[in-house]
Every structure is written in C-alpha cells, then in structure tokens.
Design a protein around this ligand. Sequence first.
Ligand SMILES: [Zn+2]
Length: 485
Amino acid sequence: MNPKGPPTPASPALWRLDAAAIADAQGTRLARASILLEATGPSRKQSEPLMLRGRSVTTGPYRVVAVGAAHEIDRHPACAAPGLVRTSLPDRILLPGLVNAHTHLDLTHIGPADFEASGGFVGWVDMVRASRHHDADAIGRSVGLGIRQSLLGGVVAVGDIAGAPRGVPQITPFRRLAGSPLAGVSFVEFFAIGRPEPAARTRLAEFLEAHAAAADAGVHLGLQPHATNTVSLPSFRWAIEQAAARNLPLMTHLAETPEERRFIAEGTGPQRELLERLQVWDDSILEHIGRGLSPVAHLAPAMELARDAGVPFAAAHVNDATDEDLTLLARARATVCYCPRASAYFRAQESFGPHRYRDMLRAGIPVALGTDSIVNLPGAAAGVEGPGMSTLDEMRALWRRDGGDPWDLLRMATTDGLRALGLDPAGASLAPGSAPLGLIAIACDGAVTVDHALRAALSGSAHPDLLHIRNDSCQTGIDGEQTSI
Ligand SMILES: [Zn+2]
C-alpha cells in the first residue's frame, strides 16, 4: 500500500486530472494544467481491476478531449457533465506511459548479477546460457515477473526479446505479453551462422508459418537476428525478407562489445572461439567477415535493405560508433536502442569512450531507451519494488551523469521507443484527439514551470505511479496465480 499515491477511479466515462504539470515529447508542455479524457470503448470484462502498490489502475481506451491550463479546462462543457471523475495531482507531473524498447523479460528470474570482467562478455553469455529456463512454463513465469517489474516502473510498452534457448524459437513470451496489460513487440530471437545455419532458417520459417499471424491485445511478433557475430549477413538479408513479407519489425544487438568488433573486423577472438566451442564454426563464415569493417559498416547493406523494404530496424546498444557509422545509421533510417545502465555494466566506455547518443540525435537518428535484462541492472531486485525495469531509471541515470536536455530524454523514453517497435508514436501523445497507451505521474515537488517539473522528476528517486493503461487484457498472464500485482 502506498498511502501517498493519488487515488484513481476504476474506469470513469469522463475523467479529469489536474496536475502540477502535463507534458509529452510531442509539444504538450503545460504547468498547473488539466487534461480531460473520455472512455472510447467498452472496457473488456475483467475479473478484478489491475492493482499496483495497492491502488487500482484505470484501464481501457481513452481519448484526450482537451488539455490546457486548469482555468481553461474549467470552462469546457464536458466538465459540467454528470459522472465526471476528478483526480488531483498537485505535486506531480503527468506524462505518457513509458516505453522500454529493449529488454529480455525471460531472464528476470536470474535477477541482477555482477559482471566478472575477467571472463569478458563471452563469460557473461555462458552464465546466462547456464541460468536461463528451457521449458515453456518456467519461461512464462520469468516473463510474468518482468511484466510486473515493468508495470511498477511506469512502462506501458516493451520491445521484449523472446530468447531461443538451445536455438529453439519461443512463443510463450508473446502469449504472456498478450495476456498482460503491456503493449509492444515480442522479438523472436534466432541464431544462424556456420554449420547449423540452414537448419536454423528452416526452424524459424516453420515457427513463422505457425505463428506469424499472432497479434493480440496490442502485442505483435517481431524478429531478432541475435547479433552480427551469431547471424551471417545472408541470414540477416533472409530475415529482412521474412519480416517484409509478414509485416514484422526487426531488432538486433549491434556494435555492443570489443569482442564483436574484433570478430567482424578480423574474424578472430573470443566470439570466434565461442562458435568453435559450440561446433558451429565453418570457414565459410570468413566470406563475410574479417574485412576490417566496423559492425555497423558490416551490417549497413542489410539495414538499407530493411529501409527499402519498409521494415522498421532497431539496433540495440551501438556502443561502438564512428562518425562514418553514424552516417550509415542515419542513411539507413535505423533506430538505436540505448541501454545506459547495461553499457555501464559491461564497461563499454572503457573500450569505446562515452556513448554517442547525443551525436546520434543530432544526426537525426532516433534513440530509444531500454533497460536490457534485469541481470545487468545492479541495484534492481527481481520481485522487489524499487528501481529496476524502468526506462525512468535510465532517464535518471543519464540526467545524473550527463545533464543535457530533459526533453530529449522524455522523447527517448516515449516517442522514439514506439518508433523502435514499429508502433505509432501517437501512442505517447497527450494532445487533444490522441489515445495514449498510458499515463504516469511522478513527484515533482516545488516545480513552478513545466521545465522545472520535468527536471525535478528526473532529479528525484520516487517511483512513477501508473494511473492508466489502455490495454485492458485480463491479468492472468502476469504471474500465473495472482490477478493483482
Ligand atoms: Zn539485449
């Protein structure tokens, strides 16, 4: 129970919220403001309301009728309508629900783990391979834990990587997401390089044949060729053709580690040794790598193919980016998913210098925020309320470290996140006529302007309150037994 949490109604037909400030990343910037919403469709029947920290969350589709200064909204005719429910948030900033563009909910059961630098990235991958679940029920429970962590963090949409243990694509994460209040994309992971490459493609093609029409309750399937060191360039091209034919967005890990850079440039190092150890290595791999290219330059032809085919292409991490790489990413109209705490956890700065997200934004590259998995979030604990699987924590980490423009951070955690998932950025708009995916409120004590309010919210440590989420799926998908969280 959170006694300070603002009271929220169940699902009013007309709903007015008065806040210290109301803002989105698309031009709504108001201090001492009000927003008026109307329900636009029947709420799907739920056995119990969605509960978070002892409060009910308003669910169902809403349209913004008006947003403006409180005295302007007072004059709106709808404010005289019977049944109007009013929520007062005098010390909160009201924002669109957040987007976590890159995460691995199926690893949530592992919890935060220290990074052993001596073992490098490959040692870490070995640890995850040994710890991850293989059977569908256990995977589903781990995803359920991650869904809970996401909602507690004010996240309303995710780009979730559905991992492929032992190379087997999984539908369970999609089903858990589709049965939860979250919107987003379940990116089906696959590996396709070297000796098992033909079999891997066949297995994925069969999976897509069985499931590609899957879309439910605001959740879609996507494709995740794992990374440049685990998927060959021809298989990237093949995946883009599959994505174009089936209208799926695509995400991959790109330019993440020094091991990847060495593998792509030279065809040597720990990533090659891993492929050899797994008996995947085949000298034909050298047809496309070992040519001195950066990972981004290596993948640029595939990204351009995606652009020309109209396939949304998101590149997670991009810790390693030269000026030329930025030009290639901008030309390919790729979106970068930056996971600030994950990059710090893996000490990317020691190899590549500070992440260039602000240079990317200046170059016209959308930069979404992601948390990556909970494994690389020291300080977050699975199943415990607190900082964790929230892009608010990523915004705050960047704000503390770099300062800069807080409105860029809001854009990265909302509008650019939806873009990374191939979803309509209007889902993060609070302008009249829009239908936001969700609404959150964050404490911003003492704020006198909307700019101050956003800065105060980023400087603070209070958890966000999820007030509304559009997707009103029943909650049986959250953790198996409970219907409230
Ligand atoms: Zn990842």
